[in-house]
Write a protein that binds this ligand. Structure first.
Ligand code: SF4
Length: 326
């Protein structure tokens, strides 16, 4: 039986956050203040994460994305990727800040990773430092080059655009895609930041990004699955691809196929859920796989129709991005 919600949407994409720790402190995600990481024993063990993946694969999940925090800071992530591949995950990807990719790219591929999303919010090392609060620009660029030189495909580079911080780099990012052949994705800033600084005027609409790129180069639409978050375009005259992810100005909830598992064992049926569904009592309470599957099916049936960012009275979820994973 496919995993369906009450709107008839089939859930086929699982995002697993394997840690709430990160070696970056991006301004649109984490606070400058020390965060209270969850104690390690509150995080799901690899066996528990693998069991959840196995139960969800049996419910029709096809795509799995490993996220964080920063997934590569948790020891054993390559082994976990190998376990997921052995379970039969057809499409296995990871979202990372890229800092550790150059040195571990081969190990990720050997483990079975198919594709990768690397975050890069500025091509200016000084601005990169201001955004991420690290001096890791060179290692991230080396990570992108290593991924592009490897068999990982596609290599997607994600930039979260924030008005007044990096919106002046749209054309430079597009040029990077043309020069390297990567898929450059522009993500609208979402109200999930720890410092609660989000406001609508900080959002750079995808339509503006498209207009500015088309002022320089012709874009050709690429067919995409309805459940995909990005609207994709190729350049008419060069390699490289552009992806526009517009959750604020052009929501794509109507065809959402995603659910998330957080590192501390909560299932979130929407990125903007105001409610978490705790799986740990079942996982650590000797529930059977059937009981786990039934719990998941019941909660998915009640999956939110969509986020309410554009509705009066929208309230930012209490859980912030670093505790959810993209
Ligand atoms: S906001 Fe929620 S419903 Fe909308 S696309 Fe994202 S996860 Fe799906």
């Amino acid at each position: 039986m496919p995993l369906l919600d009450k709107f008839g949407r089939q859930i086929t994409d699982l995002r697993i956050s394997v840690t709430d720790r990160c070696n970056f402190r991006c301004v649109y995600c984490r606070s400058a203040d020390p965060e209270n990481y969850r104690p390690v024993d509150e995080l799901l063990q690899w066996d528990e994460l693998e069991r959840l993946a196995r139960v969800l694969l049996a419910l029709g999940i096809r795509k799995v994305r490993v996220t964080g925090g920063e997934p590569m800071v948790r020891p054993g992530v390559e082994e976990f990727i190998a376990r997921l591949k052995k379970l039969g995950v057809q499409d296995l990807s990871m979202t990372t800040n890229g800092q550790l990719v150059a040195e571990r790219c081969h190990a990720l591929i050997a483990a079975g990773l198919d594709r990768i999303n690397i975050s890069l919010d500025s091509l200016d090392p000084e601005k990169f430092e201001r955004i991420t609060r690290t001096r890791k620009f060179a290692s991230v660029m080396a990570g992108i080059q290593a991924a592009q030189a490897s068999s990982l495909r596609p290599v997607k580079v994600n930039a979260v655009l924030v008005r007044g911080i990096n919106d002046d780099e749209v054309e430079a990012f597009a040029r990077l895609a043309r020069e390297t052949g990567i898929s450059m994705r522009f993500i609208e800033f979402m109200p999930l930041d720890a410092d609660r600084h989000w406001s609508r005027d900080l959002v750079v609409p995808a339509a503006e990004v498209k207009r500015r790129i088309e002022a320089l180069w012709e874009l050709v639409p690429i067919a995409h699955e309805r459940s995909e978050t990005a609207r994709k375009f190729a350049f008419a005259d060069s390699p490289g691809e552009i992806g526009l992810i517009a959750p604020v100005t052009q929501p794509f909830c109507g065809f959402c196929s995603r659910i998330r598992i957080t590192a501390d064992g909560k299932m979130r049926t929407c990125l903007f859920s105001s409610e978490d569904h705790d799986l740990k009592p079942l996982l650590r309470g000797n529930a059977s796989d059937q009981q786990l599957a039934a719990f998941i099916e019941e909660r998915v049936m009640e999956k939110e129709e969509g986020h309410r960012i554009n509705e009066p009275g929208f309230a930012q979820p209490s859980r912030t991005m670093v505790y959810i994973g993209g």
